[in-house]
Design a protein around this ligand. Sequence first.
Ligand SMILES: NC(=O)c1ccc[n+]([C@@H]2O[C@H](COP(=O)([O-])OP(=O)(O)OC[C@H]3O[C@@H](n4cnc5c(N)ncnc54)[C@H](O)[C@@H]3O)[C@@H](O)[C@H]2O)c1
Ligand SMILES: [Zn+2]
Ligand SMILES: [Zn+2]
Length: 368
Amino acid sequence: MPQTVKAVIARSKGAPVELVNIVVPDPGPGEAVVKIRACGVCHTDLHYREGGINDDYPFLLGHEAAGVVEAVGDGVTEVAPGDYVVLNWRAVCGQCRACAKGKPWYCFATQNATQKMTLAEGDPDAGRELSPALGIGAFAEKTLVAAGQCTKVDARAEPEVAGLLGCGVMAGLGAAINTGNVGRGDSVAVIGCGGVGTASVVGARLAGANRIIAVDRDQRKLDQALELGATDTILADAGTDVVARIQELTDGFGADVVIDAVGRPETFTQAFRARDLAGTAVLVGVPTPEMTWEVPLLDVFGHGGAVKSSWYGDCLPSRDFPMLIDLYLQGRLPLDAFVTETIGITDVEAAFEKMHHGDVLRSVVLID
Ligand SMILES: NC(=O)c1ccc[n+]([C@@H]2O[C@H](COP(=O)([O-])OP(=O)(O)OC[C@H]3O[C@@H](n4cnc5c(N)ncnc54)[C@H](O)[C@@H]3O)[C@@H](O)[C@H]2O)c1
Ligand SMILES: [Zn+2]
Ligand SMILES: [Zn+2]
């Protein structure tokens, strides 16, 4: 029987989010229904609400979640009812050209549920199909996903912590560890220390970087980054030459890896220029459609190295989520430090406001 559950949607561009009733179908072949326990508020949810991703309203928001599988459809073998899972937006297909080349973290045909969740009876748009954020939609009591989007992890990790790996924290950790390929003795600078950038700081430390420079416009973010492993900070206020400061802190050369966790032309230019020769600039912040980036081609050539983007931290959920949860449980990865507050499902709009003002690394919605 399809179920009616409460969920948070963005109905139209820029409008405040709403708590509504939605219909979740029974899982079909290859699908799973997951009872959500916790779901973090990510900047990408706000991008969706503001029309920065696409115009496929109404969006079912929320995509950094942990929960328990309630039911699975025909042919599902990877998970079973009762499994404790983190939801991912990279259910690899195993068949596309990236998967065939042995690089499934680039999978070009990632899987989502085939059936649609819809707005319930009584809603002004009853019956209308929802677009789940990143194919997940987890500010909801239950959601429908492809079974491959469920990654089993150790149930001793609390849902508000485990769920963070579902998006921003994984993206930040992976931007350093996977995309930036940070290694022992590297210098790393991270521009923008929200949930994503701070995770890059933590990832750089985990990977053995010995100089980790945190850059943000907000001193509170820098203080947190220092607690979590940054060795130096740069307050990027109007008068600060961020590139020159990063160079000063790296013997005049620039950092081996510079990660832009803001995603704007000016911050990516800083990342591009603050690298050492042959260094790597990583774009993990998500730009909006109108943004362009212009740089003299000779500078690209002359600087050497790599300019890379990091989708989801180039993670492979089946490989990375259980490993990172193990490190957390061993006390080697401070995932809990990212949970600034736990909130209710009615508090998402307020959480956007706090994110906007830089008050939080992550607000996490708890759902009973
Ligand atoms: N690539 C991916 O797969 C992926 C996954 C999740 C999120 N993201 C993106 O990463 C970005 C960051 O997400 P978040 O959740 O950490 O957001 P956030 O709002 O919590 O953090 C952004 C931080 O950047 C700082 N900042 C803004 N402008 C700055 C500037 N000019 N110089 C220095 N610091 C500046 C802010 O003070 C804030 O601390 C967003 O664009 C989000 O969409 C990407
Ligand atoms: Zn694939
Ligand atoms: Zn996200």
